[in-house]
Design a protein around this ligand. Structure first.
Ligand code: GDP
Length: 475
């Protein structure tokens, strides 16, 4: 249950022998790996002249604060741009920033802080730069909510490509609506209508065809359609009725962290709730401190940041990770205590990693943990295998457990597949393909099952057997 002697020694940064000696003198001899009661932990810490506060799991998890509906105010949308490589994500963000800056202050330079905010018609939009859908899903796997709307960039001269499909599946798995920016419309061979047609197959259907998705034709290069895109994002945001309580202690997520030579640990935070002020006591993942300064993407100082604002902060004692949660405390000692507690917990979690579902444990999970869906990521050497599997699954009895193929593609099993599977509690099934070495390592670390087959009917047989608890462990 409690922390072990070794873990406490680590957390307090003292020699384990010192703790063992004190425990002995207190009449409770323990070894390195034995765990201690909370009372004992407090006693020993006190003995060492250290002030600690033990935070209960409930307290730590009480992060889903309750807000009275009357305290909720509209907040700007937070947007992530995704799409196939070279389809123009970077150019589009640049074009958007450029419009923002031009309107803001002529000639202003923007700094890279991992996010930017633009204003259109008196309303604001926050763009988060994630390097790709891997990062997006890796953050989601850690519980971070950093996107309200995904802008999917598809080049009109190239159409739907493998990473376009991946981006769609990652967005769908996260339940985030997609606005499509059909880019490079200035090119002579651009065919924006073909893009629309191709996307239908992946369930991204233009509103004008009776679907749910808004499409905008743009040229990032010429700056055409950018305002239209921004207005469309706001329309999509209106549908979502985004709200947050600004009048409380701030909390949210870390978008980026780095160590700056002159300024020390620097982190870009996205505020989800409350208002962040200079001087606030803050904990971010396992780091903590006081907000010494806050800067926006123009490098201007800000005194406060409200929901959906992204700002760079200075004053943390170490560099937090992207996707870490942050929150403000009234008392800096509480922030410190939580940071230390989290460091301790991280070490314990490292030892007892989350186990994801496997075909062998599926039936038990259905019965004991009321698992109702089996998610699959399917990779194959040919498209035909994927279709054959989907076909056979469609015919299988799914009254007890629904089987979803959340992503499928031709190609080797990659790290991205593993990240998606881990975030969605999915199993990876491969036909005639093997996992890349990095993917295999990651799957092992994340406890994601990879099943590879050379014959389709064998996979179907296994899934069918797993469904009714008849699959015998093989490996
Ligand atoms: P990313 O990999 O998705 O970030 O794509 P980039 O923004 O780096 O763009 C890839 C290439 O496409 C670059 O050479 C851009 O100059 C070009 N490009 C981007 N947008 C447009 C556009 O609207 N029209 C044209 N003609 N070229 C573009």
């Amino acid at each position: 249950e409690g922390v072990t002697v070794a873990e406490l020694a680590d957390a307090l940064d003292v020699a384990a022998n010192d703790i063992i000696k004190r425990l002995f003198l207190l009449g409770t001899p323990l070894t390195m790996t034995q765990s201690m009661s909370n009372d004992l932990v407090e006693l020993v810490a006190d003995d060492l002249g250290r002030k600690i506060r033990i935070i209960s799991p409930e307290e730590e998890n009480s992060f889903s604060f309750y807000d009275d509906p009357s305290d909720l105010k509209p907040r700007p949308p937070v947007v992530t741009v995704m799409g196939h490589v070279d389809h123009g994500k970077t150019s589009l963000l640049d074009a958007i920033r450029h419009t923002g800056v031009a309107r803001h202050e002529a000639g202003g330079i923007t700094q890279h802080i991992g996010a930017s905010q633009v204003e259109i018609g008196g309303r604001q939009i926050t763009f988060v730069d994630t390097p790709g859908h891997e990062a997006f899903t890796a953050m989601r796997a850690r519980g971070a909510k950093i996107t309200d709307v995904v802008v999917l960039v598809v080049a009109a001269d190239d159409g739907v490509m493998p990473q376009t499909i991946e981006a769609i599946n990652h967005s769908k798995a996260a339940g985030v609506p997609i606005v499509v920016a059909v880019n490079k419309c200035d090119k002579p061979d651009a065919n924006p209508d073909r893009v629309r047609q191709e996307l239908v197959e992946y369930g991204v259907i233009p509103e004008e065809w009776g679907g749910q998705n808004m499409f905008v034709n743009v040229s990032a290069k010429k700056g055409d359609g950018i305002d239209d895109l921004l207005e469309t994002i706001l329309l999509q945001a209106d549908v979502l009725e985004l709200k947050a309580n600004p009048d409380t202690f701030a909390s949210g997520y870390i978008i980026e962290g780095k160590l700056d030579r002159g300024r020390g640990p620097v982190a870009t935070v996205l505020v989800n709730r409350g208002t962040l002020h200079v001087g606030d006591a803050i904990v971010a993942g396992m780091s903590h401190g006081r907000v010494r300064a806050m800067l926006d993407q123009h490098g201007d100082n800000k005194a406060e940041a409200t929901p959906s604002d992204a700002v760079e902060i200075l004053g943390l004692d170490s560099v937090p990770n992207a996707g870490d949660e942050f929150r403000v405390f009234e008392d800096e000692r509480d922030a410190r205590a939580l940071a230390e507690q989290r460091a301790l917990k991280a070490r314990i979690e490292e030892q007892n990693k989350v186990k994801h579902v496997t075909l062998e444990t599926l039936f038990d999970e259905m019965n004991e943990n009321e698992l109702k869906e089996l998610n699959l990521v399917v990779k194959a050497d040919v498209q035909g295998s994927i279709e054959a599997l989907a076909d056979a699954l469609g015919k299988m009895d799914q009254s007890e457990v629904r089987i979803n193929i959340i992503h499928s593609a031709v190609g080797a099993i990659s790290e991205t597949d593993v990240i998606l599977a881990a975030a969605s509690n999915a199993i990876i099934v491969g036909f005639g393909v093997r996992p890349q070495a990095k993917a295999r390592d990651l799957a092992e670390r994340e406890n994601v099952q990879i099943k590879t087959y050379s014959i389709i009917y064998k996979a179907i047989e296994d899934i069918d057997a797993a469904r009714i608890g008849m699959l015998k462990p093989t490996e």
